[in-house]
Design a protein around this ligand. Structure first.
Ligand SMILES: [Zn+2]
Length: 355
């Protein structure tokens, strides 16, 4: 439960944080949106800008919002340090935050689950299981932010955590489920693919987002949708999401060349024009950024076109992977060049040797 009402005003807290004022120890912790780390007020690390900071009255709230503890100021170690009986287990959790613990394993550390639950409840306001889950989620987020190798994050993405992901997105944007009423609900599901898990978001009418799980931009893309549509994310699989799942499976099997699931890609007029133009690049063909700029009647806007291509939030489906540099080189791809290479080779549009 959030207890922000008890906090000093944010100006005061930010000033205390920047000046490393230790007298605020125990009053608040600070989540840094850009790094996914939370800190004590007196943390010696470089301080982020004000818009990238949010405040929590206790570590448990920061954990629940998907933050992980800072390695330098160690905000989970406070004066009333963990009791002897719990310390070895906590150290093990610290060493491997992605691990899923069984009751038997925690017992092997000599920890009685009921006792652990009581301690975590009074200390962090959450059960021990919720604590472990929060640590895993924070870890998974840090992997997304850091652009983890796809095989690793595929293994770690533990997808009952789609609900954890949605919850963390809501908290990251400052919305509680209660505040979600009346807003545009988008359902989020994970779809497996040969290129690693793909996050899909949609409603009853259309699909709005198809994005690789480990992509650096993933959170940004969700945040943009959230702002643009006043959207809020819940786990689920409405018809269009199920349909795109089937289409992606068929695409990767080589049985589908044209996606027909309804799509929505709200953006600036320029972005929408570029994204629409992407749909006209046929399967198995490539276009240069310059050709795409010509196609939309703005031949001198190559850079702006390239930027909009990079901001595409419907990976694979709006085929930005078919856009290449002037000399036929692959140039960039948000999901990683290896994926672009795979997709083009899969479609037969590019000799792998030429890349
Ligand atoms: Zn710190």
């Amino acid at each position: 439960m959030q207890t922000t009402a008890l906090l000093p005003d944010e100006e005061t807290m930010y000033r205390a944080f920047v000046s490393r004022d230790a007298t605020f120890e125990g009053i608040f912790v600070t989540g840094v949106r850009t790094t996914g780390v939370f800190c004590r007020p007196a943390c010696p690390a470089r301080k982020p800008l004000r818009p990238n900071v949010e405040f929590f009255s206790r570590a448990g709230d920061a954990l629940a919002a998907g933050y992980r503890p800072c390695r330098r100021c160690r905000p989970l170690d406070t004066e009333d340090a963990a009791p002897e009986w719990l310390r070895p287990l906590l150290e093990a959790v610290d060493k491997d935050p992605a691990k899923r613990w069984t009751t038997e394993e925690t017992r092997a550390f000599g920890v009685d689950p009921a006792r652990a639950r009581r301690w975590f409840q009074s200390r962090h306001g959450m059960t021990f299981l919720a604590f472990l889950r929060a640590r895993r989620l924070g870890h998974a987020f840090s992997r997304i932010r850091g652009g983890a190798a796809v095989t690793d994050s595929a293994m770690e993405a533990d997808f009952d955590s789609v609900s954890g992901f949605c919850e963390a997105m809501r908290r990251a944007t400052g919305h509680s489920p209660r505040e979600a009423r009346g807003r545009h609900a988008l359902r989020v599901a994970q779809v497996p693919s040969p290129l690693g898990p793909v996050m899909v978001a949609g409603d009853e009418d259309a699909v709005y987002l198809v994005e690789f799980w480990d992509r650096r931009m993933l959170e940004q893309q969700f945040a943009t949708l959230e702002k643009r549509l006043d959207a809020v994310f819940f786990p689920g699989e409405p018809d269009p999401v199920r349909r795109i799942r089937d289409e992606l499976t068929a695409y990767f099997a080589g049985d589908l060349r044209q996606f027909t699931t309804p799509l929505r890609y709200p953006g600036s007029a320029h972005q929408e024009q570029v994204w629409k133009a992407l749909t006209e690049v046929p399967y198995g063909k490539t276009r240069t950024y310059g050709e795409l700029a010509q196609q939309i009647g703005r031949p001198s806007a190559v850079r702006a076109v390239a930027r909009a291509v990079g901001e595409n939030r419907l990976a694979i489906v709006l085929p930005c992977h078919r856009i290449v540099g002037a000399d036929g080189r692959l140039t960039g791809y948000g999901g990683g060049l290896w994926r672009k290479r795979f997709l083009l080779a899969h479609e037969g549009g590019q000799e792998p040797g030429r890349i």
